[in-house]
Design a protein around this ligand. Sequence first.
Ligand code: COA
Ligand code: AMP
Length: 632
Amino acid sequence: MNRRKETTMSAYQDAFDFAATEPELFWKQQAQSISWFRFPETILSNDEHGIERWFADGELNTAYLALDYHVDNGRGDQTALIYDSPVTGKKARYSYRVLRDQVAKTAGMLASLGVEKGDRVVIYMPMIPEAAMAMLACARLGAIHSVVFGGFAPSELAVRIEDAEPKVVLTASCGVEVSKVIPYKPLVDQAVMDSRWKPDSVVVFQRKECLADLNQARDIDWVTLFNRSAPHDCVPVKATDPLYILYTSGTTGKPKGVVRDNGGHAVAMKYSMESIYNVKPGEVYWAASDIGWVVGHSYIVYAPLIHGCTTIMYEGKPVKTPDPAAFWRVCEEYGVSILFSAPTAFRAIKKEDPEGALLTAFPMKKLRTIFMAGERLDPPTLEWVETKTQRPVVDHWWQTETGWAIAGNPLGLETFDLKPGSATKAIPGYQVEVLNELGEQQAMNEQGYIAIKRPLPPSCLPTVWRNHDRFESGYLSQFPGYYVSGDGGYIDEDGYLFVMGRIDDVINVAGHRLSTGEMEEVVGAHEAVAECAVIGIHDDLKGQLPLGLVVLKDGYVSENGAIEAELLQQVRAKIGAVACFKRALIVDRLPKTRSGKILRRVIRQIADGEQYVVPSTIDDPSSLNEIEKALY
Ligand code: COA
Ligand code: AMP
């Protein structure tokens, strides 16, 4: 990694100051760490909307960086990807050369279906190697992938198909969960039926756990098409061309299509592997997540491969596949150096093996550090993991929108002492500030809106897919000159950032980001519901769980909880099992302000058993007693 000559005693501070004061020079130096087809002359510029763009005239190909570059530079025989699937009993290894060849043929398969640079491809697949190959094949063609998490229901998939307008949908016949096989093809058929946009082709990878009926004219068998496809070369793209769209929950029912560009993303991925994870090419890096989430995009697929590491696709859970030693077994078996997962995964392990008794069988000699993200790392989980594994645990904070950590302990630069509950410091490139309602900087230790001063560093979203206004209004217009993260928190006297939770209607269930607004739309659409509120309440395992409070229309009565059961079923059917919407309570009224705003924060505090202050603006204080009665 290049650094400027003038240095202080702190490598972190040097890098941080350099990136803040001379972002173009700093990122130009980082850009030299990857192999461009055309190195950018313009490092930072503005697009037609006045949004900062990185490396605008650079040309590259992300799949080339992830695969061909390594084959051409002596890593062809190194394992690029390990597939470990306790739910099916399968294991496989792919060298960089084999993976490159498979991806080139997968790209050829897509090209034979007419997919070209700029076309969209929706990927709705379980955690199998073909899913990663599909993503990389799109990147190879310059096509834009949009991966949809398998736990989402057909209507969620339909919304994404309608917005992304893919030429092709790639899927598998089924996903395999802990104790059930979930056929995907009927879900895809339903989604295509519900969507106004129809893809030309649906390519299905048949798994032996459940074969799909290829009964639509657009259906194609993956393996048959793959076998007759010719390998396709890497297509050069502009740094600012989109690599992917990843939909994430916002405050309304419609998810936001976060756009990630090729150049900034590749540079940030590479930089993060060195500066944050402190991992070397050739080492084994395991993000125990799912490719449906941003963690899976960045740290199962792109960053480890761009960096020349071995990555692991694990099709299983931290527990029950078959037991709470699953993570330790994988770390031991493959010599994992860096493990990255969500705190909820470790809470699940802790619940089933509180003493960490199963750990003793796995020395995990190569495991150096455990990283966590997706939700706040609660101090008891931090302490448990540190004590039981005897490894440093690093919390780092980031979002789908950024694609990499905004704050963390940048081990490749400097190791800071931990403060439980804090994500440590802003990563070089991010200028994180805590602002009050007026957009002024909060005093130290005062909570407020966590915002990032522009320019945002490479990889951060430049827009929302086909809805630029939503990008401006949702992130940029509240505080001019800043990006608003949607999280609240504070910075302490040592510059440590404490992220305390969302300040909007987004909740975090088992590390999965979900919109309560969207759940309210589903619940509110039930014919018996007059009004409702869905809030996220504390859960020891999953961090948060949604709770619905429902007021029925006059004349409706729920016999033996029938309406509540219907509401749970509807959220499951419309959003998916992943929403974990398992509790709806009927109340006579909802606590509101005199102007009619539902007092969600107070309801949440009551549900979590926290102290609360009755707001002076409340319309009828006795409505709070009703909530207490319904809950306890
Ligand atoms: N396809 C289909 N269904 C899925 C799915 C997928 N890919 N992933 C989850 N589901 C279903 C589950 O089967 C479950 O359904 P159920 O209600 O019928 O039981 C539901 O969605 C909820 O799943 P999940 O949140 O995974 O809960 P769980 O109880 O099965 O497991 C944990 C709990 C904590 C073990 C699990 O959530 C976990 O490992 N989390 C890690 C977090 C993570 O990877 N976060 C990503 C960011 S780092
Ligand atoms: P996602 O876009 O799905 O990655 O979710 C991003 C959101 O998850 C953030 O805005 C936070 O609310 C939360 N989050 C992620 N990582 C952390 C963390 N380390 N600490 C606190 N919250 C986190």
